[in-house]
Design a binder for this molecule. Structure first.
Ligand code: KIV
Length: 271
């Protein structure tokens, strides 16, 4: 394979062109090779190897326990599958907050060991020093404001963020800071739609929402949620496009029945 053909079609530059053209950006999470292949072939523009892997892949209550090594494992599997989409990898909790040298080392490990296109970090002014150091190495960074799940213990709730005016003002200031520092995009999670639209209209970089209304430049969902693999999570912003929980349970139950009854394998399914 030539170097040229190995370059993925969606780049950070192309995303900014999409914003200028008012072309909406579709983003989804993926954590493994098989799922990433389907997501990429279906035309998703950005694939996020989210630290939501901690919840949906590893079964943790929060995103905090996932390690850098675990994220790198998931990201490598995804990158091997993807031909077109831009691949963004979440930097896990504890790998960038408070120490910009550690932040740079962590981001470099992600880029070198996974061959992904960019990293994502949560927070505003608090993580500015780490952000600048990562950017100074030429690593594209996506910001994440609003509900930032890595700070769940600070807030104690997954409720809608920035409903109060002072919180909304801080979010707007942080969004501008992230753009001015050099982020190529921003995720806004679970905030009022009017605020999402305002941030998207004030920023030049693409703003991708999850529970941030329809006035932003694109949308992101966790793949297990939108495919209905998880039944226990039903926030208002989630649209379920399938009920894979039911489909999979039906298929697996039939398999168990067929094995137990001796119906599987039949004549044509053996050598
Ligand atoms: O980890 C994740 O899946 C995310 C999305 C919710 C944006 O950060």
């Amino acid at each position: 394979m030539s170097v040229e053909s190995n370059v993925r079609a969606v780049t950070t530059y192309r995303l900014s062109e999409m914003k200028q053209r008012h072309e909406k950006i579709a983003m989804l999470t993926a954590y493994d090779y098989s799922m990433a292949r389907i997501v990429d072939e279906a035309g998703v523009d950005v694939i996020l190897v989210g630290d939501s892997a901690a919840n949906v892949m590893a079964g943790y209550e929060t995103t905090l326990p996932i390690s850098l090594d675990m994220m790198i494992y998931h990201a490598r599997s995804v990158v091997r599958a993807v031909r077109r989409a831009l691949v963004v990898v979440d930097m896990p909790f504890g790998t960038y907050q408070g120490n910009s040298k550690v932040a740079l080392e962590s981001a470099i490990r992600i880029m070198k060991e996974t061959e992904a296109d960019a990293v994502k970090i949560e927070g505003g002014v608090e993580i500015c020093e780490s952000l600048q150091r990562i950017l100074s190495a030429g690593i594209p960074v996506m910001g994440h404001l609003g509900l930032t799940p890595q700070s769940i213990h600070k807030f104690g709730t997954y409720s809608v963020r920035a409903k109060e005016e002072h919180e909304a003002e801080k979010l707007i200031r942080d969004a501008h800071m992230l753009e001015e520092a050099g982020c190529f995009g921003l995720v806004l999670e679970k905030i009022p739609a009017t605020l999402g639209a305002r941030v998207a209209s004030e920023l030049k970089i693409p703003v991708i929402g999850i529970g941030a209304g329809n006035g932003v430049d694109g949308q992101v969902l966790v793949i297990h949620d939108m495919l209905g693999i998880n039944h226990g999570f039903s926030p208002r912003f989630l649209r379920r496009y399938a009920d894979l929980h039911e489909v999979m349970t039906g298929a697996i139950t039939s398999y168990v029945g067929d094995v137990k009854s001796g119906d599987f394998p039949n004549e044509s399914e053996q050598y």
